[in-house]
Design a protein around this ligand. Structure first.
Ligand code: S3P
Ligand code: PEP
Length: 411
């Protein structure tokens, strides 16, 4: 298998570009955005709040900010980015905004950001568990100032508050207290993009972020191809001993390409970058690894699938918080990898995986796109792997089934 892929834009960058553009003082364009369920629901949510978001063209979306106002209803689907990034925007609106989403979205953690927003002056009703559905009674103003948060459950609690913070009357000084915040590269993406929109952000003190109040500039955002979306395709090259190139990869990226390279290299791949893009080559070897995946936790399902196919045991730790992702990914991986015959020990913060003779099985996706990716990777090496539902991949890459079929059949 040798293939060059042109993947759509990063989910995380598209979500941030939409929110920052909605909060800016003038119009913006978003070039090569991701068109998927998470980002089209984000656009719809911002539109409901009074922002003119035009997503008609595939290549460029345009955003014309307007006065933020309710009443409005926002459907978050199953998107962490919407349920954590949009409530601070709604708190800035004049009027009542309600948030709800898919059944499992109600189980995803939200309380820390709701409590921080209340401390910053917002009026919010949440469910008894502290999560969805939310009712936010906006007055057109969030006072802002100092807040303390435990963001060990998701970096998105911090990102969500920071993205809207320039519009808080007193800005924001946010301090994290608790076990480490996961997904540090996503926090850096947030602060990079805030600065690119003209915000003044200080992150020089560990676990403290300061955002000065002030206007955000409308601008043109160039969205990079989605690195996490590329992971199953890279894994395919590794399982088959082929090569997959992600085209259009920038020299300077806001996504954690260094961490991904380290990880895939440890698993046995060769990773290189040139004008053609970012290339991952299988070497015929797949090694077991011990890794702390906290910084790249959304890659856990695909890495776990590779670990089940490796030449020795693996230990993947540091990802307790992925029990709060689209599904409890630690429990889901333990169950599904067990079904195919891998030896799995479940820990509160990860998995030990011992490859065994693998067998055919029907794998549950739990409405989780990355569980579908993991099953697809296993299916390259094990006869008779079936998925209960591939449509869940529309969350971040609706083209996944076609792209995967093309890759596997070499068309
Ligand atoms: O800010 C973002 O765009 C994201 C942050 C991470 O969330 P967690 O910190 O909850 O893992 C990541 O897993 C998610 O897919 C996207
Ligand atoms: C954790 C993920 O998504 P979300 O943004 O919904 O948290 C993910 O895409 O792996």
């Amino acid at each position: 298998m040798t293939a060059t892929l042109g993947l759509p834009g990063s989910k995380s960058m598209t979500a941030r570009a939409l929110v920052l553009s909605a909060l800016a003082g003038g119009p913006s364009t978003i070039r090569r955005p991701l068109r998927a369920r998470d980002t089209t629901l984000m656009a719809a949510g911002l539109r409901a709040l009074g922002v003119a978001v035009d997503t008609t063209a595939d290549e460029v979306w345009t955003v014309e900010p307007g006065p933020l106002r309710g009443p409005a209803r926002v459907d978050v689907g199953l998107a962490g980015t919407i349920m954590r990034f949009a409530p601070p925007v709604a708190a800035l609106a004049d009027g009542t905004v309600t948030f709800d989403g898919d059944p499992h979205a109600r189980n995803r953690p939200l309380r820390p950001i709701v409590e921080a927003l209340r401390a910053l002056g917002a009026d919010i009703d949440a469910s008894p568990t502290g999560g969805l559905p939310l009712v936010i009674r906006g007055t057109g103003l969030v006072t802002g100032g100092e807040a303390v948060i435990d963001a060990s459950g998701s970096s998105q609690f911090v990102s969500g508050l920071l993205l809207s913070a320039p519009r808080f009357a007193k800005g924001l000084v946010l301090r994290h207290e608790g076990p480490p915040v996961p997904s540090a590269p996503h926090l850096r993406m947030t602060t990079h993009m805030l600065r690119a929109a003209g915000a003044s952000v200080d992150e020089s003190v560990p676990d403290v972020w300061t955002v000065e109040p002030g206007g955000l500039r409308g601008r043109s955002w160039d969205i990079e191809p989605d690195l996490s979306g590329a992971a199953p395709f890279f894994a395919a090259a590794m399982v088959t001993g082929g090569a997959v190139t992600l085209a259009g990869w920038p020299r300077d990226s806001w996504q954690p390409v260094g961490l991904l390279t380290e990880l895939l290299t440890a698993l046995g791949a060769e990773v290189s970058q040139d004008d053609a893009g970012l290339t991952v080559r299988g070497t015929g070897a797949l090694h077991g690894i011990r890794a702390d995946l906290s910084e790249v936790s959304e890659l856990t399902p695909v890495v776990a699938a590779l670990a089940a196919l490796a030449d020795g045991p693996s230990e993947l730790r540091g990802v307790a918080h992925i029990r709060g992702h689209e599904t409890d990914r630690i429990a889901a991986l333990a169950t599904e990898l067990g079904k195919v015959g891998a030896g799995v020990v479940e820990h509160p913060d990860g998995l030990e995986i011992t490859p065994g003779p693998l067998r055919a099985a029907t794998l549950e996706t739990y409405a989780d796109h990355r569980m579908a990716h993991a099953a697809a990777v296993l299916g390259l090496a094990v006869e008779g792997i079936r998925l209960t539902d591939v449509a869940c991949t529309s969350k971040t890459l609706p083209e996944f089934p076609e792209l995967w079929a093309d890759l596997v059949t070499g068309s």
